[in-house]
Write a protein that binds this ligand. Sequence first.
Ligand SMILES: [Zn+2]
Length: 136
Amino acid sequence: MRLPRWMWEAMVRHAKEWAPLEACGLVGGRTGPGGGEALVFQPTPNEAASPVFYTVPPREILRFQRRLDEEGLELVAVFHSHPATPAYPSPTDVRLAFYPDAVYLILSLAAEPPVLRGFHIQDGAVREVPVEIEPS
Ligand SMILES: [Zn+2]
């Protein structure tokens, strides 16, 4: 998945603001080989307000979906942070992965600089999608 540098920076900022709780958000763009292209990022509250769990509020998903429809884009990724653990899906992340076509972007604050990795999670199987951060 290709992702502009400003978006990576926005994700790091959002994750640090929410730490030690997990942060989350939604990413729109264009689908394509290798996870496609990330073009817009909507940071959202974590309704679960938990250090090990996240819930994107359903109203935020609806609102973002309307924006994407207007802009002719698609939901290409679901973002969340791991404040203290590696950038790899937890068993809960795998169990609650409701978007088989989306890339799950996980930003770990356990390292400095933070580590961002992407995964497809389909039927309980995790497959890495390389993330390429491009100059803005
Ligand atoms: Zn997670």
